[in-house]
Design a protein around this ligand. Structure first.
Ligand SMILES: NC(=O)c1ccc[n+]([C@@H]2O[C@H](COP(=O)([O-])OP(=O)(O)OC[C@H]3O[C@@H](n4cnc5c(N)ncnc54)[C@H](OP(=O)(O)O)[C@@H]3O)[C@@H](O)[C@H]2O)c1
Length: 268
């Protein structure tokens, strides 16, 4: 076992985001597995990491084993495979990024003394702007969890319940980028300068982010005030657009997406 090696089991989208973040920080001591050989070939070429179709090779080779398969049958199958292997995994650290999974689901199969972390990262990790929140059953492993996931952005330890509920936050990169996509499409339709359209989008998003970061009072009110600087009620063009958001169910759709995740998460 390599004391520093990080192993990814289930090298799909999210694992790739994390691998990409680690490699950008010059961390190459990585092994990753999945079943599709062509995807493994791409990953090893792109990130210069070791890959394998054999999950037990990942287990054998690495100290930190990050389980990136889907929750349910996929995760249970991998846990059973680990449990029934001949490898002594008592000194290893298992970290799952599978949404909705609780620590006891892992310790029930791998043993009560096994060191476990549950983490929900976001895809923003690829660009160093992810948010990872986690819970662990042993404080000795927290520094390492923070180092691994910190390579991709912000990381914070929270209660287990908060990790489970954080799926809402993990959906934001998917939702927010759709909103940005629609605005960029429309800018390109009526303002046919692609580079400038992109500049508008990037700087406006940064402006909103900086405003929120620098704000020290009521965040919701600060956002409304920021919007009102250009979207004054009345005949301003910006405000007429804001009214169309309301009339056409834009805010309602956002509410519904959040409520959907909230309802799903109640089951866990
Ligand atoms: N997407 C998000 O924004 C997000 C955010 C936070 C957490 N998560 C969690 O992250 C996990 C992965 O999500 P994802 O979006 O990255 O899914 P994904 O792209 O489908 O990745 C999962 C990978 O697991 C591999 N796999 C399945 N069974 C396997 C097995 N027995 N052994 C080895 N590899 C196996 C699959 O590849 P093969 O078919 O080639 O084996 C697949 O590429 C999920 O548990 C999800 O809940 C996702």
């Amino acid at each position: 076992m390599n004391e520093d090696k990080i192993g990814f089991i289930g090298a799909g989208s999210l694992a790739e985001c994390l691998i990409s973040a680690l490699v950008k920080k010059d961390y190459n001591n990585i092994i990753a597995s999945r079943r599709t050989q062509s995807e493994l070939d791409r990953l090893s070429k792109q990130y210069r990491i070791k890959t394998t179709t054999d999950n037990i090779e990942v287990l054998n080779d690495s100290k930190y084993v990050i389980l990136c398969v889907k929750p349910g049958d996929d995760l249970n199958g991998v846990l059973e495979e680990i449990k029934s292997s001949k490898i002594d995994y008592s000194e290893k650290v298992f970290i799952t990024i599978a949404a909705t999974v609780r620590k006891k689901q892992l310790t029930n199969i791998l043993g009560q003394n096994t060191k476990i972390g549950i983490v929900i990262p976001t895809v923003g990790s690829i660009y160093g702007e992810g948010v990872s929140i986690y819970s662990s059953n042993n404080t000795e492993i927290d520094d390492k969890i923070e180092a691994i996931f910190g390579a991709g952005g912000y990381v914070q330890k929270v209660d287990e319940d908060k990790v489970i509920q954080s799926a809402q936050g993990a959906c934001l990169p998917g939702w927010d980028s759709r909103y940005v996509l629609k605005n960029l499409e429309m800018l390109r339709k009526y303002f046919p300068d692609n580079e400038l359209s992109k500049k508008f989008i990037i700087n406006n998003l940064r402006g909103v982010a900086n405003m929120l970061e620098q704000n020290e009072s009521d965040d919701l009110q600060a956002l409304k005030n920021y919007s009102l600087k250009v979207g004054k009620p009345g005949k301003s063009i910006t405000y007429q657009g804001i009214e169309l958001y309301e009339k056409n169910g834009f805010y309602k759709a956002i509410e519904k997406s959040h409520e959907l995740v909230g309802e799903i998460m109640k089951k866990y």
